[in-house]
Ligand binder design. Structure first.
Ligand code: NDP
Length: 295
């Protein structure tokens, strides 16, 4: 392997420690940031994410609550929980773990969250603020984490051609917005690709920074990457693996071994973007409390 490893676990710890320092300072004046996570149903991956969010909050000295509803919960029941959390002064940020069961309209649920508590940044008000470059926007944690990883690893985005593969509202679109903004971790020339893009390998080979978020294990191969590119793999996929005690292993969207031979820097999976996402969620919750205090 020739590429430098971008260690999201270490960078995530660094950011969580910064958040914890600030939380300690604020505790002196009796203020404690609070995050509520709402989980509907028993999706195993969602349960893992929710547990790690609660644990990370505790370690940072924050208050956290997990509200669990059964998979059969109605939309009305979930909206009532959101209304209660919107009104709760101890809760500064909240998120509803996606995906939601089929009987619930996710759009309606995300729009019910008070934009001032929408630490996932999925409410249209925060999406709009992000596009406008308003610093009070909550930046969706995963692309925000990728941007912080680039900045803190000394990777220059200014003037670089950043190619993002995937246009989801959770990763690809906000990632494009963050990278095209004027400021640190921005000023890139951004191309966004998706399943209808013609000649994807031809486009990815022009990337100085290649960010992949498509949900297809090891889809990006070495021949799709320009020598010396920085490659960020957002994908987290469970791949059957009889040799693993769990029966599966985690794989990214990038064929790590062969891409690491061409790239100058690359994120591992796990231990890359995942830990950054949780760190940025804590930072957003702190931002939510500080903005609430300033109002
Ligand atoms: P979505 O399924 O919402 O979006 C996938 C995107 O990839 C779509 O825009 C789709 O295009 C595009 N796509 C799919 N196939 C291809 C293809 N063959 N060529 C080009 N584009 C393609 O996924 P998410 O953005 O939610 O998640 C992507 C991955 O990132 C998943 O593995 C997920 O688990 C992971 N993830 C990781 C997080 C973390 O914390 N590390 C957080 C969030 C997600 P189209 O729009 O045309 O259908």
């Amino acid at each position: 392997m020739t590429a430098r490893l971008l260690d999201g676990a270490a960078l995530g710890r660094e950011i969580r420690a910064e958040v914890a320092d600030r939380v300690r300072e604020l505790a002196g004046s009796g203020r404690v940031p609070g995050l509520a996570v709402v989980l509907v149903g028993e999706d195993p991956a969602s349960q893992v994410y929710v547990r790690s969010k609660g644990k990370a909050c505790g370690e940072a000295g924050m208050h956290s609550e997990t509200i669990r509803l059964p998979a059969t919960a109605s939309e009305g029941e979930l909206l009532a929980v959101i209304d209660r959390l919107n009104a709760d002064p101890a809760i500064h940020g909240m998120l509803v773990q996606l995906p939601l069961p089929r009987q619930i309209n996710s759009e309606k649920v995300l729009r019910r969250i008070d934009p001032a508590k929408d630490v996932d940044g999925f409410h249209p008000v925060n999406v709009g603020k992000l596009v406008l470059g308003d610093p009070t926007a909550f930046r969706p944690a995963t692309p925000y984490g990728v941007q912080q990883m680039l900045v803190r690893s000394g990777i220059e985005t200014k003037g670089a051609h950043a190619v993002i593969v995937g246009r989801s509202t959770i990763v690809g679109r906000p990632m494009a917005n963050l990278l095209m903004q004027d400021g640190p971790g921005g000023n890139a020339t951004v191309t966004v690709c998706h399943s209808r893009s013609r000649d994807l390998p031809g486009i990815t080979r022009t990337a100085d920074i290649l960010i992949v978020a498509i949900g297809k294990p090891e889809f990006v191969t070495g021949d799709m990457v320009q020598p010396g590119a920085v490659v960020v793999d957002v994908g987290i996929n469970r791949v059957d693996d009889a040799a693993s005690p769990r029966g599966y292993r985690l794989a990214g969207d990038v064929a790590f071994a062969e891409v690491a031979e061409r790239a100058s820097a690359i994120t591992p999976v796990p231990g890359g973007v995942g830990p950054m996402t949780i760190a940025m969620l804590l930072r957003n919750t702190l931002q939510a409390m500080e903005q609430a205090d300033a109002r």
